[in-house]
Design a protein. Structure first.
Length: 367
C-alpha cells in the first residue's frame, strides 16, 4: 500500500535560468487549479495512513496557509507523518510576514521545510535569476527556527557561473553554522527547456571541476556530522528525508497535480503537463507504464545504488527470486576491480569515485 504522496504546485513568479521543471507564471489559474487538485485527490487516494506528504514545485510557498490546510485535510496523517513544503526565501519574507507565515504552516502540520538557497553569493543569485538575496536566506532560516521548525533543509547548486570551488565549499560551511539539519546538492545541468540552454553562460565549471566540488563537499559535510546518505543528500542523524527514501527504496506512492508522477499497483504514471489540460481532466494520465518483473528489478538496483548504503542483495534475491551475485558477476568483478563498486555487509554500494560515473555503471545493470 502506498504511504507517500507528492503534490506538485506548478506556479512560479519567474523562471530561474537553470530550471527545466514544469512551472508557469499563471497565478490567475491558482484557484481553479487547487479546486481540481482536490478532485483528483478525492477520486484516487484510498485513505492510507501516510508516512510522508511532500509539496514540491514550482513554488509551493505561493500558497497561503489556508490553501495548504485545505489540501492536507484530505489525507490520513498522524503526528509521525513527515510533511514537507518547498519554500522560496523571498516569498516568506515579503512584507515582514515570514515568521507568521511559517508559524501558521507549522500549526497546520507542516514539519519539514526545504529552502531553495542555491548560493549565498548575491551576484551569482542575480545571474541565475533567483528572486532572493543571501540576506533573505538567513532571515528565512531564522524565521523557520523561531516558528518551531527543527527539520530544515537547504538546496545548493555547484558549477554555477563564476562560482569557484572555494566559494561553494564556504557556502556549505555557512549553511551548517545556521543550525540546519539537511543539505541537498545538485551539479548544474543545462537541459533543453531552460534559459541557459539557448543563452549559455560563460565561466561555468567543467566536469572535472564539478567533480572536485562534489568530492570536497562530501569531505567537509562528513567532518561536520552530516551523513552522506544518498548521492545528492546529506543529513544530521535522524533527519534524512523520509519522502525521498521512499523513492530510493522503490516503494509505491501517489503523485497529484500537473506533471506529477506516481507509482501505484505496479503502474508508473504521469499527469498532464499543462495547467489547462490538467484542469480539463485532472484524473486522466498523459502516460502509463505497467512494470514488468524485469523493470522492477532494474529500478530496484538503479534506485538502491543511489543510497550510500547501497543495495541489500538478500532482500533483492528474496523479492525477485534471483541470485544477484551470480546474475551480475561480470559487472561486479569489473567495477570492484576498478574500485568503483565495493562490497558491504548487506550487499554492494558505489564508492565515492563510483558515484561520479554512476550513470555509466548502472547502465550495465540494465539489460
Amino acid at each position: 500500500m502506498p504511504k507517500s504522496v507528492y503534490i506538485h504546485i506548478p506556479f512560479c513568479k519567474s523562471k530561474c535560468h537553470y530550471c527545466s521543471f514544469v512551472s508557469y507564471p499563471k497565478l490567475e489559474l491558482k484557484k481553479d487549479y487547487l479546486k481540481v487538485l482536490e478532485q483528483e485527490i478525492n477520486s484516487v487516494y484510498k485513505g492510507e495512513i501516510l508516512n510522508t506528504l511532500y509539496f514540491g514545485g514550482g513554488t509551493p510557498s505561493l500558497l497561503n496557509p489556508e490553501e495548504f490546510n485545505n489540501i492536507i485535510k484530505h489525507f490520513n496523517i498522524t503526528n509521525s507523518t513527515e510533511i514537507t513544503a518547498e519554500i522560496n526565501p523571498d516569498d516568506i519574507n515579503s512584507q515582514g510576514l515570514g515568521f507568521s507565515y511559517l508559524r501558521n504552516l507549522y500549526d497546520i502540520g507542516v514539519n519539514r521545510i526545504s529552502l531553495g538557497a542555491q548560493s549565498f553569493d548575491d551576484e551569482i543569485l542575480k545571474c541565475i535569476n533567483r528572486r532572493h538575496n543571501s540576506k533573505q536566506i538567513f532571515e528565512a532560516v531564522k524565521n523557520a527556527q523561531n516558528a518551531g521548525f527543527n527539520n530544515i533543509s537547504l538546496d545548493f547548486i555547484y558549477g554555477l557561473p563564476n562560482q569557484s570551488e572555494e566559494m561553494f565549499l564556504n557556502d556549505l560551511q555557512t549553511a551548517v553554522k545556521l543550525g540546519i539539519t539537511h543539505i541537498s546538492l545538485y551539479g548544474l545541468s543545462i537541459e533543453e527547456n531552460c534559459y541557459f540552454y539557448k543563452n549559455r553562460p560563460q565561466n561555468i565549471a567543467d566536469d572535472d571541476t564539478q567533480a572536485n566540488m562534489y568530492l570536497g563537499a562530501i569531505k567537509i559535510l562528513n567532518s561536520l556530522d552530516f551523513k552522506h546518505y544518498e548521492i545528492s543528500n546529506f543529513a544530521q542523524e535522524g533527519y534524512e528525508s523520509k519522502h525521498n527514501l521512499n523513492y530510493w527504496d522503490n516503494e509505491e506512492y501517489y503523485g497529484f497535480g500537473v506533471s506529477a508522477h506516481g507509482y501505484l499497483n505496479g503502474i508508473r504514471y504521469g499527469n498532464k503537463i499543462t495547467i489547462e489540460d490538467y484542469i480539463k481532466n485532472p484524473t486522466e494520465h498523459s502516460e502509463e507504464r505497467i512494470e514488468s518483473e524485469k523493470d522492477k528489478l532494474e529500478e530496484e538496483i538503479f534506485l538502491g545504488f543511489r543510497k550510500t548504503s547501497g543495495i541489500n542483495i538478500k532482500q533483492i534475491n528474496s523479492k525477485y527470486g534471483i541470485d544477484f551475485e551470480k546474475k551480475y558477476l561480470k559487472i561486479l568483478k569489473k567495477y570492484e576491480g576498478l574500485k568503483l563498486i565495493q562490497k558491504t555487509q548487506n550487499g554492494y554500494s558505489l564508492t565515492k569515485n563510483g558515484i561520479l560515473v554512476s550513470n555509466t555503471i548502472l547502465a550495465e545493470f540494465l539489460e
